[in-house]
Ligand binder design. Structure first.
Ligand SMILES: Cc1ncc(C[n+]2csc(CCOP(=O)(O)OP(=O)(O)O)c2C)c(N)n1
Ligand code: SF4
Ligand SMILES: [Mg+2]
Length: 348
């Protein structure tokens, strides 16, 4: 299959005339701009691009993209998107979902789109709350989150979206956050991957879960609390200006990462590991790194392509139909058939 010709667009070409109905200051605005800024760099054609969402504040996204789009039903965007991809594999599909839409009601559908490896970019806006329905706790809310449905604080352990994606068999797993300048690079990497590319995007719900990501997303001291992964590069964070450069080394006894100091930039002597995005084991460790003792692992955690669902399904259909004529009437008359006599008034 030839790669589609690159199309020249600008950010403006991806904006719609719809009134954007998110609360002032919502992190969704920054994600929208990041996507609208990234698409021209990818050279993709709006006429060949589809944004498909479920239900939630995040799922209003397709209204604001000048492309094709479906605002579907709660949790079911993966099913719709799978159908769209099979019907027209040339389309560039972006699925937009939230932590509630994608991991509560739609958790099951999310698992299957990932394990089937349907070729699309999946952006899960994680604000750790149900924004649209006025702030109930979600499957990613931290223990102790007070909400209308958990007035004394939630008691259940949160799901980790990236660990969920890896556990479901995803071949691309990445993380970013709404206002990060690196978000476009994460989106570009996801688009370059053939297959289901899962991106968790931390998003500030300024009304119902304000600033819960500030511990790592706030600009002050960010270099100490964010580990931006780059394939083939040592896993380093911090700086000489802050508490010194640090890195992640693998403890082979406990099979866990540990934070090590990197004096004089000599990361090799400090035992710092080089990030290998094809290593599924370290991807799991990075997804599960507890924030606090460790920095937040961001960027591309895992990227190891495998055959996609649409390619395999289409190849199977082509092999099955090779040399055969397409004749629906003949097909319907094949095998066991019945002739039903009688009428509604005089049933047999
Ligand atoms: C079948 C069904 N059940 C429940 C709802 C109510 N509902 C709408 S959005 C939503 C949760 C959205 O949360 P999330 O996906 O995190 O999106 P956010 O608003 O936070 O972006 C719920 C429970 C619904 N619309 N349909
Ligand atoms: S409720 Fe939260 S997520 Fe929804 S638009 Fe407002 S700030 Fe954004
Ligand atoms: Mg949410």
């Amino acid at each position: 299959m030839n790669a589609p010709a690159k199309i020249e667009t600008t950010l403006k070409d991806w904006e719609t005339d719809q009134e954007v109905r998110w609360c002032p200051g919502c992190g969704d605005y920054a994600i929208l701009k990041a996507v609208q800024r990234t698409l021209p760099q990818l050279g993709v054609d709006p006429a060949n691009t589809v944004f498909i969402s479920g239900i939630g504040c995040s799922s209003r996204f397709p209204y604001y993209m000048e492309s094709y789009g479906f605002h579907t039903i709660h949790g079911r965007a993966p099913a719709l998107a799978t159908g769209v991809k099979l019907a027209n594999p040339e389309l560039n599909i972006w699925l937009v979902t939230g932590d509630g839409d994608g991991l509560s009601i739609g958790g099951n559908h999310m698992m299957h789109v990932l394990r089937r490896n349907v070729d699309m970019q999946i952006m899960l806006f994680n604000n750790e709350i149900y924004g649209l329905t006025k702030g109930q706790y979600s499957p990613t809310s931290r223990v102790g989150t007070p909400s209308p449905s958990t007035p004394r604080g939630s008691v259940d352990a949160p799901a980790n979206p990236c660990a969920f994606a890896l556990g479901s068999g995803a071949r691309f797993v990445a993380r970013g956050f709404d206002v990060s300048k690196n978000l476009p690079d994460v989106l570009k990497a996801a688009h370059a991957h053939r297959g289901a590319a899962f991106i968790e995007i931390f998003q500030n719900c300024i009304v119902y879960n304000k600033d819960v990501f500030d511990d790592f997303a706030a600009p002050k001291g960010a270099e100490d609390r964010q580990l931006w992964l780059e394939d083939g590069k040592p896993m380093l964070f911090g700086s000489e200006k802050s508490g010194g450069v640090k890195g992640l080394a693998l403890d082979t006894e406990t099979l866990a990462f540990r934070v090590v100091d990197v004096p004089d930039g000599d990361w090799e002597s400090a035992g710092v590991r080089v990030h290998n995005a094809k290593n599924r084991v370290t991807a799991h460790l990075l997804a599960e790194l507890p924030f606090g003792p460790y920095p937040m692992a961001l960027g591309v955690l895992y990227d190891d392509p495998a055959p996609t669902f649409s390619d395999s399904v289409i190849a199977e259909h082509e092999a099955a139909s090779k040399g055969k004529e397409a004749n629906l009437a003949k097909l319907l008359g094949t095998g066991q058939t019945w002739t039903v006599d009688g009428t509604a008034q005089d049933p047999v």
